[in-house]
Design a protein around this ligand. Structure first.
Ligand code: PLP
Length: 398
């Protein structure tokens, strides 16, 4: 049998850590390894497999579109791109869309838009207030906007104009604001930072501050968007509207597609300002269209909110019973369990051995982001495995 791990060791750059599993096939909420062992997938790419692996709505679109028209570039008009743009605008508070391929690229586009708006409408303001612990992707500008020092340290000098403030701290935003501030750039719920949910009052206060000071509010909904948190877009939870929003991950169920959306007043790009060879091509946008249509028509956001109650109940019972479970956080189908010490990796490994795929989103926390289509039975089964491994590792019960 081929030793794929040895081949990886020899030929592939070690730029990240892997879970020790060689995936060969997946369907719905299940994934199989090279030995045919079955796992429940509570990781989902992460948070990317919205409809479940190989969902028919996605597969049919992928195959049909591949036969018809895969790529033309943005030089030409194409129907799937425009259908998806219309669908997104009609179901959000935004007026214009532009498609890219990855979350980081969508964020790059959003920040370029804000900087151009600053030049034209705010006397050249360019500073973008970002948050500690944020994650926005791996391009040079996105590691700068992100809040993890070790992702930045080897790559300086970094672009300027990205002051950082603690998440969920409105007074810190006020202190960081200067006449040069053009935007606040923020995840509504921090994903890679450990599923950090802000207080209810935070976003209304932030919106008010941005309005009073002519500052754009940019939401990175790459992880929280497309039904994941129990509403189609997370901004809906707080009754506010950002000026710009980015999407990725769940928008096309694993096919590389992302988007940035803007209100008319800050959709300031003119021809020549932006572009991407693959961004918005017929193949990915057709899949994105069918996936988003399915999420909307089958109310998978509402379903995520319902299923989230099962997760919340089970996780809170862990918090009540196990001394080293110190917090559970989340909304919809986006959750984390936090431990009193850095046992996230050990829990992830034990879960894998027991047939559950999760990841340690922080050294002391495990994340749960299953497909939005997961059944109650699968959800209960996966949570039971998680409880079993926490029980093995947790020490004395409370
Ligand atoms: C909130 C958020 N923004 C941006 C990104 C980057 O997306 P991509 O890896 O597709 O560039 C991620 C990825 O985890 C994310 O969670």
């Amino acid at each position: 049998m081929t030793d794929w791990r040895a081949i990886e060791q020899k030929y592939y750059m070690k730029a990240g850590r892997r879970t020790d599993m060689l995936a060969v096939r997946a369907e719905g909420s299940k994934i199989w390894d090279e030995d045919g062992k079955e796992y429940l997938d509570f990781f989902g790419g992460p948070a990317t497999i919205s409809l479940g692996h190989s969902h028919p709505a996605m597969l049919d679109a992928l195959i049909d579109q591949a036969k018809q028209l895969i790529h033309v570039s943005n030089q030409l008009y194409s129907i799937p791109q425009l259908k998806l743009a219309q669908l997104l605008v009609e179901h959000s508070c935004f007026d214009k869309v532009y498609f890219m391929n990855s979350g980081a690229e969508a964020n790059e586009g959003a920040l370029k838009l804000a900087r151009k708006w600053g030049k034209e409408h705010k006397d050249g303001a360019y500073e973008i207030i970002c948050t500690d612990n944020a994650f926005h992707g791996r391009t040079l500008q996105m590691i700068t906007a992100g809040g993890t020092e070790r992702y930045k340290a080897p790559f300086g000098p970094l672009p300027e104009g990205f002051p950082h403030v603690p998440f969920n701290d409105i007074e810190a935003v006020k202190r960081a604001t200067t006449p040069k501030t053009v935007a606040v750039f923020i995840e509504p719920i921090q994903g890679e930072g450990g599923i950090n949910v802000p207080d209810d009052a935070y976003f209304p206060a932030l919106r008010k501050w941005c309005d009073e000071n002519n500052i754009l509010l940019i939401f990175d909904e790459v992880q929280t968007g497309c039904g994941r948190t129990g509403t189609l877009f997370a901004y809906e939870h707080w009754g506010i509207e950002p000026d710009i929003m980015t999407l990725g991950k769940g928008i096309a169920n694993g096919v590389p597609l992302s988007a940035f959306l803007a209100k008319e007043h800050c959709a300031v790009f003119t021809p020549g300002d932006h572009g991407s060879t693959y961004g918005g091509e017929p193949l990915t946008t057709r899949v994105g269209y069918e996936v988003m249509k399915y999420i909307i028509e089958h109310d998978l956001s509402g379903r995520a909110a319902e299923k989230g109650k099962i997760v919340e109940r089970r996780l809170h019972s862990l918090l009540d019973r196990y001394s080293n479970v110190t917090a559970v956080r989340g909304m919809g189908l986006m959750w984390a369990v936090q431990f009193s010490s850095d046992i996230g990796e050990a829990i992830t490994k034990a879960a894998l051995a027991n047939g559950l795929l999760v990841n340690n989103v922080r050294p002391n926390a495990v994340r749960i982001v299953p497909p939005l289509t997961i059944s109650d039975e699968e959800l209960e089964q996966g949570l039971a495995i998680l409880e079993h491994v926490i029980d093995m590792d947790a020490g004395p019960a409370k």
